[in-house]
Design a protein around this ligand. Structure first.
Ligand SMILES: *Cc1c(COP(=O)(O)O)cnc(C)c1O
Length: 360
């Protein structure tokens, strides 16, 4: 055959996820940690890898890591599931709670992976857009949930790309509004220092998603996890790829988690730098930053075309993320909080671009 029939019609209107990740001197687009893992932890990883049996399949559920995370959170092993990045677990959630004839409630603008996964699995998407200031339209969400037909809802807290936490009282109401699965995506919880974990015991419909990619500097390794009632974890285990969490990643994440206190300084530094960046952006004519509980800041460009600003930053070696063609984020760009040096370079370049200065 020199031809092939079309794939599932679901793919017809889909565009592949494109992080628009390109090399640059200042990498400020993907909310990565500007630091790599501490040398002592790297040393321990190298030692563990030297003795690793590469010819053997990994432990499918990564029990050592699972136990360590359970212990740290005052939970049991069967309340924890590891995944190949948080992204894999988000896909597993769509496989398990979505599908044909099922409905997902989305609160855009938010992480685009949620809606993509719903489309891939043939799940109906109900969008309840945020208000102009990107706060959640709480009334609308609760009213929609009370109709009883929503199978799962995902709320990123802090929300990506807008930056702010969801209100805890609101999240409690969401948990009580229906029996829908409520996923609270806490990918940035180490920067917000706020978690729904204490509510796991009383709410069987709560699932919390976390990742090693941001605060723990492991974006390149792919490791995430969920915390939930054991019955929910059992359902996810039915749909997951048995060996998605490879043996090398398990070793690295174990070492990092064991030494997690070493990452504390870096996290506090980012929180400090976040305040500095917000203050500088606020003092810059022509842009308006949104508040952030996370390690990135969304800002609106008011005095020129946002894509043009993005382009000129890139020409100066600074890569940030352009959201200006998004349905709810016109004129918006997102900058990841980086090292003090990168952050200063970014602010200087931005001010120069907004003043219309030429770059040689
Ligand atoms: C980064 C991120 C994740 C998970 O990323 P992984 O690298 O796949 O672990 C999940 N949710 C949000 C909102 C994120 O920004």
């Amino acid at each position: 055959m020199n031809s092939v029939r079309n794939p599932s019609p679901r793919l017809a209107n889909m565009v592949p996820y494109d992080p628009k990740y390109m090399p640059a001197q200042c990498m400020m687009s993907a909310n990565e940690n500007p630091r790599d893992i501490p040398e002592e932890v790297r040393h321990e990883v190298v030692h563990a890898l030297r003795n690793l049996a590469f010819n053997r399949y990994p432990d499918p559920l990564a029990q050592d890591l699972r136990q360590a995370i359970a212990d740290a959170n005052g939970l049991d092993q069967d309340n924890v599931l590891m995944g190949n990045g948080g992204d894999e677990l988000l896909f597993d959630i769509a496989l398990a709670w979505g599908g044909k004839g099922r409905t997902f409630l989305n609160i855009p603008p938010t992480f685009s992976v949620y809606e993509n996964n719903a489309q891939l699995t043939g799940t109906t998407v109900v969008n309840i857009p945020r208000r102009a200031d990107y706060s959640i339209d709480e009334e609308a969400v609760l009213t929609r949930l009370a109709q009883g037909d929503i199978d799962y809802v995902i709320i990123a807290s802090p929300n990506n790309p807008t930056g702010q936490l969801a209100d805890e009282t609101f999240l409690m109401k969401v948990l009580d509004a229906s029996d829908a699965l409520v996923v609270v995506d806490e990918a940035y919880f180490e920067f917000s220092r706020t978690t729904m974990r204490p509510y796991l015991a009383q709410h069987r419909n709560l699932m919390i998603l976390r990742t090693f990619s941001k605060a723990f500097c492991l974006a390149g390794v792919r490791m995430g996890y969920v915390l939930a009632n054991a019955s929910l974890i059992r359902e996810l285990i039915k749909v997951r790829q048995p060996y998605s969490v490879d043996a090398v990643s398990q070793q690295i994440a174990c070492a990092v988690f064991k030494h997690r206190e070493c990452f504390e300084r870096g996290i506090l530094d980012i929180i400090d730098q976040r305040s500095w960046l917000i203050q500088e952006l606020t003092a810059t004519d022509g842009v308006k930053p949104y508040p952030s509980d996370s390690n990135y800041i969304l800002f609106k460009v008011e005095s020129m075309d946002a894509h043009e600003v993005w382009e000129q930053l890139y020409q100066r070696g600074i890569l940030i993320r352009d959201f200006s063609n998004g349905l709810y984020t016109s004129q918006c760009l997102r900058v990841s909080v980086s090292s003090e040096e990168d952050n200063q370079t970014f602010i200087e370049a931005l001010r120069s671009i907004l003043k219309g200065e030429a770059y040689e």
